[in-house]
Structures are given as structure tokens and as C-alpha cells.
Design a protein around this ligand. Structure first.
Ligand SMILES: *[C@@H]1O[C@H](CO)[C@@H](O)[C@H](O)[C@H]1NC(C)=O
Ligand SMILES: *[C@@H]1O[C@H](CO)[C@@H](O)[C@H](O)[C@H]1NC(C)=O
Ligand SMILES: *[C@@H]1O[C@H](CO)[C@@H](O)[C@H](O)[C@H]1NC(C)=O
Ligand SMILES: *[C@@H]1O[C@H](CO)[C@@H](O)[C@H](O)[C@H]1NC(C)=O
Ligand SMILES: *[C@@H]1O[C@H](CO)[C@@H](O)[C@H](O)[C@H]1NC(C)=O
Ligand SMILES: *[C@@H]1O[C@H](CO)[C@@H](O)[C@H](O)[C@H]1NC(C)=O
Ligand SMILES: *[C@@H]1O[C@H](CO)[C@@H](O)[C@H](O)[C@H]1NC(C)=O
Ligand SMILES: *[C@@H]1O[C@H](CO)[C@@H](O)[C@H](O)[C@H]1NC(C)=O
Ligand SMILES: *[C@@H]1O[C@H](CO)[C@@H](O)[C@H](O)[C@H]1NC(C)=O
Length: 316
């Protein structure tokens, strides 16, 4: 009996710590890169006040948004324009966490520059002293390589480019300006691709931006990204995006739990210890899985260590 109690306390602590883990992960998005854009403003100026207003406006608009919003504050020459775009496969909570985090982080990274852009895995935030809405902004840009050593790198052949271009067409044709595609390379690896534009771009502009983002993807490793302020592209050999939100969740936690008839005990108040164990065992399994998943995610993130810097423009 006491061992059961001990077990239950252990499980309780485990699930408590795992929920704390979850919280930490959600609150802190995965940083990718940032640029501070000249010119500079003086501290405590009207421009700084307006920039701070834009950032706090974006942060509050992220709650309940559909993943994109813009904000404008002030009059020329102190007018500030800002926007955020979240990855469309993520939920509103994750989106808001990212934008809130980004909007404070960017003021520390770019304390006196009039413009800034910061990319995370989950969102991007972009501010400028000129109008950046509804047009392609192609500068600055950065390419990133997944530097994990692998016996084989992705062969950037017809199937891979095909997937990316299919994703481009899908993204240009939907209002979210977002799409993922997966499929096999000629060497039978599964390739996962994702493309996205900021939602204010027209269909044609999105397509044009993504054409560059795909053409300029860094190659020769197991994964890569090309980031522009207006769009980005990414490919990997692992499943890095969330499948359709409505689709059923991945089967991993289900397969590990023992084949007990776990129908949800909706009405029952009194719980016998055997039922407790039947409930608790899958919880433990998923807690262990969660920690394993957490470590895996951490590892996966760490792989992106090398950055290949390039600043260039395209189009007009
Ligand atoms: C921005 O300004 C800094 C400091 O004044 C300078 O070092 C840097 O080269 C400038 N960058 C660009 C892109 O003009
Ligand atoms: C900016 O304003 C704050 C508070 O109003 C003040 O403490 C600070 O010294 C000012 N900084 C500059 C550079 O004027
Ligand atoms: C988001 O908005 C909802 C309703 O509009 C509100 O209840 C909630 O507190 C807000 N959350 C945050 C974190 O601001
Ligand atoms: C957002 O962008 C659209 C399109 O350019 C513009 O019409 C609208 O005024 C902007 N909203 C804000 C709050 O700046
Ligand atoms: C949003 O997504 C995160 C990460 O996938 C998840 O932990 C969280 O429970 C989700 N929140 C809601 C309200 O669905
Ligand atoms: C990756 O390969 C390079 C060159 O072969 C080697 O120097 C490096 O230590 C390897 N890194 C890891 C993490 O295996
Ligand atoms: C939208 O989809 C159609 C066919 O699926 C395609 O021909 C067209 O090029 C797409 N639009 C853009 C802007 O890519
Ligand atoms: C990819 O390859 C696997 C195994 O080689 C195969 O089972 C699967 O059907 C292929 N998928 C596509 C979309 O061709
Ligand atoms: C996701 O949704 C799109 C469009 O709604 C659909 O074409 C696609 O097959 C779905 N993918 C999965 C994995 O369910």
C-alpha cells in the first residue's frame, strides 16, 4: 500500500515538473536571428516612445489574432510601422507567447536603431520607420544550415524542389500564405518542407518572394532555411511542423500505454487503487515520453549552430 502511495507521489511530482517544463518552453520561443536597421534615434525621443507603443500594441494584438497583425503609431518623421507574423500551424497561445517575448527582446537587442527584425521558430516581428505593409521586403536576409553531421545530406534534386514549389503554389493560393509539403527524395528519405509569407502580401508577391526563398536555400546539409522579412522557406529530414490542427494528434503516447480499456471515467467518484494505477501508468509513460521528447527537441534545436550570413536584395 505504502509503495503505491510512494509511486503516486512520484508520479505527481513527475507530472508537476513536466508541466513546469511545458510552461518554460512555451514562454520562451526559439531564437533564430535578428538585424538592427539603421538609422538610430536618441534615447527618450518621440521615435522611441512610438516604437515602444507599436511593440506593445503588437503584443496585445497577438492575443486572439489569426497569426498576423500590423500597427502604426505617430506622424512623420517619427512614424513607426510594425507587424508580426506567427507560424500558422501554431496555436494562439504559442503565437502570443512568441510575440510578447519578441517585442521586449528586440528592444534589448536593438536599443537605439529605428528598424529591427527578429525571427524565432514560432514568429517574426518587424519594425521600421518606413511603410513595410503589403509589399515585399527582401532585405536583410539570412540563410541557416542544419549542421548535424549525417552520412547523407539532402540531395537538392527534382523531388525536393518539386515539394518546395508545390508548397509555394499552395501558400500563394491560401489566405494564411502558409503551406507544408512532404514527400520522398530520390534517395527515399522523407523530406519535410514549409513555406510562409507575411499575410499582408498579395498572392503574386508571396509567390515571387518564395521563389527567391527557395532558390536561395542553403544546401548541402540535412536541413536549411532562408529568411526574408516578407517570407521564408525551410526543409528538414524530420517532421518539424504541426500537422493540420484538426488532424488527430501523433500516435506516440497512445502506442506506449498498456492495452487497458481506458474509456474516460466520466461519472465515477470513487477510484479504486487498481484504476488509479491503470490511469497513472499511461501518465507516467507519457511523462517519460514528454521528457524524452523535450530532450529530443533540445537536441534538434542545437543542431542549428551555424549561420551563413548574406545580405542581398531581389526584385524591385
Ligand atoms: C549601421 O550603423 C552602425 C553604427 O553606426 C554601422 O557600424 C553599420 O555598418 C551600419 N550598418 C548599415 C547596414 O548601414
Ligand atoms: C530617459 O528618461 C528616463 C525617465 O524619464 C530617465 O531616467 C533617463 O535618465 C532618461 N535618459 C536619457 C538618456 O535622457
Ligand atoms: C486574451 O484575451 C482574452 C479574452 O479576450 C482574455 O480573457 C485573456 O486574459 C487574454 N490573455 C492574455 C494573456 O492577455
Ligand atoms: C495594416 O496594413 C493595412 C494594409 O497596408 C493598412 O490598410 C492598415 O491601415 C494597417 N493597419 C494599421 C493599424 O497600421
Ligand atoms: C498550444 O500549443 C502548445 C505547444 O504545442 C501546447 O503545449 C498548448 O497546450 C496549446 N494550447 C492550446 C490552448 O491549445
Ligand atoms: C562533424 O564532422 C566534422 C568533420 O568530419 C567533425 O570535425 C565534427 O567533429 C563532427 N561533429 C559531430 C558533432 O559529430
Ligand atoms: C494558384 O494555384 C493555381 C493552380 O493550383 C496555380 O496555377 C497558380 O499559379 C497559383 N497562384 C500562385 C500565385 O501561385
Ligand atoms: C516514400 O517511400 C516510402 C518507403 O520507401 C513509401 O512507403 C512511401 O509510399 C513513399 N511516399 C511517397 C509519397 O512516395
Ligand atoms: C491538411 O489540410 C489540407 C487542406 O485542408 C489537405 O489538403 C491535406 O491533405 C491535409 N494534410 C493532412 C496531413 O491531413
Amino acid at each position: 500500500m505504502s509503495s503505491v502511495k510512494f509511486f503516486m507521489i512520484f508520479v505527481f511530482l513527475l507530472s508537476l515538473s513536466s508541466s513546469l517544463f511545458t510552461f518554460t518552453i512555451e514562454a520562451r520561443p526559439t531564437y533564430l536571428y535578428h538585424f538592427c536597421l539603421n538609422n538610430t534615434f536618441t534615447r527618450n525621443s518621440t521615435y522611441q516612445t512610438n516604437l515602444n507603443l507599436v511593440l506593445s500594441s503588437l503584443a496585445s494584438k497577438a492575443n486572439g489574432s489569426d497569426g498576423f497583425s500590423n500597427a502604426t503609431v505617430g506622424q512623420d518623421p517619427n512614424r513607426v510601422y510594425g507587424l508580426f507574423q506567427c507560424r500558422s500551424d501554431l496555436n494562439t497561445t504559442t503565437c502570443q507567447d512568441c510575440v510578447v517575448y519578441a517585442s521586449t527582446e528586440v528592444t534589448q537587442r536593438c536599443p537605439t536603431q529605428k528598424g529591427n527584425i527578429i525571427w524565432y521558430d514560432q514568429c517574426l516581428v518587424h519594425c521600421s520607420d518606413s511603410n513595410i505593409f503589403s509589399k515585399i521586403t527582401s532585405s536583410p536576409t539570412i540563410g541557416m544550415l542544419n549542421t548535424e553531421n549525417a552520412t547523407e545530406s539532402v540531395r537538392f534534386d527534382e523531388p525536393v524542389l518539386g515539394l518546395l514549389n508545390e508548397a509555394r503554389t499552395l501558400a500563394a493560393n491560401n489566405t494564411k500564405r502558409f503551406a507544408t509539403r512532404q514527400g520522398n527524395s530520390t534517395t527515399s528519405e522523407t523530406i519535410y518542407t514549409l513555406v510562409q509569407c507575411t499575410q499582408d502580401l498579395s498572392s503574386d508577391d508571396c509567390s515571387q518572394c518564395l521563389r527567391e526563398a527557395i532558390t536561395n536555400l542553403p544546401q548541402g546539409k540535412v536541413g536549411g532555411r532562408r529568411l526574408y522579412p516578407s517570407c521564408y522557406s525551410r526543409y528538414e529530414l524530420y517532421d518539424f511542423y504541426t500537422p493540420n490542427k484538426t488532424a488527430s494528434p501523433p500516435p506516440a503516447p497512445i502506442t506506449l500505454s498498456p492495452p487497458s480499456p481506458v474509456t474516460r471515467p466520466t461519472g465515477k467518484r470513487r477510484i479504486s487503487s487498481s484504476i488509479v494505477i491503470a490511469i497513472v501508468a499511461p501518465i507516467t509513460a507519457s511523462a517519460v515520453l514528454f521528457v524524452a521528447g523535450y530532450c529530443w527537441t533540445r537536441r534538434a534545436r542545437k543542431k542549428y549552430s551555424s549561420v551563413l550570413e548574406e545580405i542581398g536584395k531581389f526584385g524591385n
